[in-house]
Design a protein around this ligand. Structure first.
Ligand SMILES: Cc1ncc(COP(=O)(O)O)c(C=O)c1O
Length: 382
């Protein structure tokens, strides 16, 4: 074990006005579920993404849950999602009583495989009136959730043109993609409702938090209502539907406002980190990178490399206090999702899972730490 300091994977970076704004909450007593920072944070995220409205939530998972609910997904439906995602995407589908219908990942971009999606929709589904059904078991397909894995995106024009042929609401899981664009248009603005996350490892963090973005005023109002217990009267505890206590508290929103002020500089640093790793690791052993379409400008959230020597590299890096981690285990390997329909030919998700490794990508990683990471990767694979 080396005596160097631990190099974390993706740390929050509280480098701005976080203390000042949190102190303001504490000094004024506005610590809880209402307060000016909540509104400000919601608007800052929406403005940054180029959406009209933002609705804060306690985390990205809650934001996804509410977005599926407001998209009309019903108990017993399927929701199409990539097999290669963080479990929260699939869990949010379960929360509305639906079941994930898993599509394999694309081996180059690691997003949902659009060839498989297109083939599946044209061959294995049928329209009845204005609704879409899975031929095999007759269950309705209520929505589709593209997940912008690692802050990258698929060919969104193609995705939208495939999906447009079907009555299939889209809910973008843009939780990892704040700052990513496709043809200059921001992730999270390709569907009526989309979600960002601000958990501890995201590009900006509120410790825990999420925001739903939308251009639709009625959806924004409904999302705000239902995430704040659906209280319909200012004077009375009159609630007009089953609501959720999914509010983001003012203290955390205050952190979020300070983090949003830093976001442009974080995006710049992520690009430097990505460029450094790509320059230094290109051609080293069998290392490959996640591919990116020319139309996509990814936010570089968590740099991930691919190698057949995943286990050897992981052991070496962790033994040298360089925190790295495998991809999420694909959904079809988890006990609660193993029986979900899985549309695949070569199980690329499994291959990606077994060959990919995320490496330190914090915005506050130093140049010296980057050099150490590269040095140890080269040593492990030599
Ligand atoms: C792809 C994906 N979906 C959903 C989530 C859920 O976000 P949160 O952790 O804020 O609930 C995350 C982040 O953890 C994620 O990476």
């Amino acid at each position: 074990m080396s005596n160097q300091q631990l190099i974390p994977l993706s740390l929050p970076n509280m480098a701005g006005n976080e203390w000042k704004y949190v102190k303001d909450c504490l000094d004024t007593g506005w610590i809880s579920s209402v307060g000016s920072y909540v509104n400000q944070f919601e608007q800052m995220v929406a403005d940054f993404a180029g959406a009209k409205y933002g609705v804060a939530a306690v985390n990205g998972t809650a934001a996804l849950h509410i977005s599926l609910l407001l998209s009309g997904v019903k108990t017993g439906d399927y929701v199409i999602v990539s097999n290669l995602t963080f479990v929260a995407s699939a869990n949010s589908i379960k929360y509305v009583g639906a079941e994930p219908l898993l599509i394999d990942a694309d081996p180059a971009y690691w997003q949902m495989d659009l060839d498989l999606l297109e083939e599946f929709l044209s061959e294995q589904t049928e329209l009845k009136g204005q609704e879409l059904f899975y031929k095999k078991d007759g269950r309705r397909i209520g929505a589709i959730m593209p997940v912008h894995i690692l802050g990258n995106m698929c060919d969104m024009d193609r995705f939208l043109s495939i999906v447009a042929k079907y009555p299939l609401p889209v809910v973008e899981d843009a939780t990892e993609a704040l700052g990513t664009t496709y043809k200059g248009k921001h992730a999270g603005t390709f569907s009526p409702l989309a979600c960002f996350s601000f958990n501890g490892n995201k590009i900006i963090s509120t410790g825990g938090g999420g925001v739903i973005v939308t251009d639709d005023e009625a959806l924004a109002k409904h999302a705000k209502h239902i995430t704040t217990t659906a209280k319909a009267s200012p004077d009375e505890y009159y609630h007009d539907e089953v609501g959720y206590n999914y509010r983001l508290v003012n203290i955390l929103a205050a952190v979020g406002v300070a983090q949003m002020e830093l976001l442009p500089s974080f995006l710049e640093r992520k690009q430097e980190v990505v460029s450094f790793y790509k320059d230094e690791l290109n051609g080293v052993a069998d290392i490959r990178f996640q591919q990116e379409l020319p139309e996509v400008k990814a936010n570089g959230w968590l740099f991930t490399i691919q190698t057949e020597k995943q286990g050897q590299l992981l052991n070496h890096l962790n033994a040298n206090k360089i925190l790295s981690r495998r991809f999420w285990m694909p959904m079809n390997k988890l006990p609660m999702y193993k029986d979900c329909p899985y549309i695949t030919k070569k199980d690329a998700a499994d291959y990606i899972y077994n060959t990919c490794l995320s490496i330190p990508s914090s915005t506050n990683i130093t140049d010296e730490q980057l050099e150490i990471v590269v040095r140890e990767i080269k040593q492990a694979l030599s």
